[in-house]
Design a protein around this ligand. Structure first.
Ligand code: ADP
Ligand code: MG
Length: 168
């Protein structure tokens, strides 16, 4: 069975940020996570620890045969694989090569210790909401059933800019 309406958030704020996003997408394709739509890349101000480089963020829609916990395992595997490209000294906490999150898995509501879907913090983050609404303007939040655009108004103070496409 193919699961549709699965939305993932990607973020990177160290090194070649755009390359990390694109490498993650390529690795996902190899692991039965097929990208059916992709947002623009957004450049966004860091939120929690503000003393770190700006992030590149994007959201993709995908189709997959994996069930949610299997998909999470795939995402963590891809994070690890890209993390290994860092220098050997990159032990300390801080900026991230790549972060992969499950935002929505169709209309599923999942509440387990390892995995919560919809992603519990997605409604507070403009860098997630804006690219998500760009590719899924009609999707409603599976729990509240409200259109996502309703939440965007609340976070419009956060700084986000659309990054121009890479020059070829
Ligand atoms: P964050 O993404 O909040 O900055 P991390 O990426 O370090 O934090 O968190 C990773 C852990 O978050 C994963 O090991 C996973 O078990 C848990 N998690 C819970 N819900 C989700 C979700 N919807 N998507 C991705 N990870 C999730
Ligand atoms: Mg994460």
């Amino acid at each position: 069975m193919m699961h549709k309406g699965v939305y993932l958030a990607l973020g990177s704020n160290i090194g070649e940020r755009e390359r990390h996003l694109l490498s993650a997408l390529a690795l996902l394709e190899e692991r039965d996570v097929h990208i059916s739509k992709s947002s623009a890349i957004y450049e966004t101000e860091p939120r929690d620890f503000i003393d770190q480089p700006w992030f590149l963020n994007m959201v993709v829609q995908c189709e997959t045969r994996h069930f949610p916990l299997q998909l999470l395992a795939v995402l963590l595997g891809v994070e690890r694989e890209l993390g290994r490209m860092r220098s050997p000294s990159a032990v300390r906490r801080g900026p991230r090569v790549i972060d992969l999150d499950i935002l929505l898995f169709g209309s599923a509501l999942i509440e387990t210790p390892q995995l919560q879907v919809p992603h519990p913090r997605m409604l507070e983050r403009r860098f997630v909401l804006e690219p998500l609404i760009e590719i899924a303007p009609d999707v409603r939040h599976p729990d509240s059933k409200e259109p996502l655009s309703k939440y965007l108004k609340l976070v419009c103070g956060q700084k986000v800019r659309v990054k121009p496409p890479p020059s070829l």
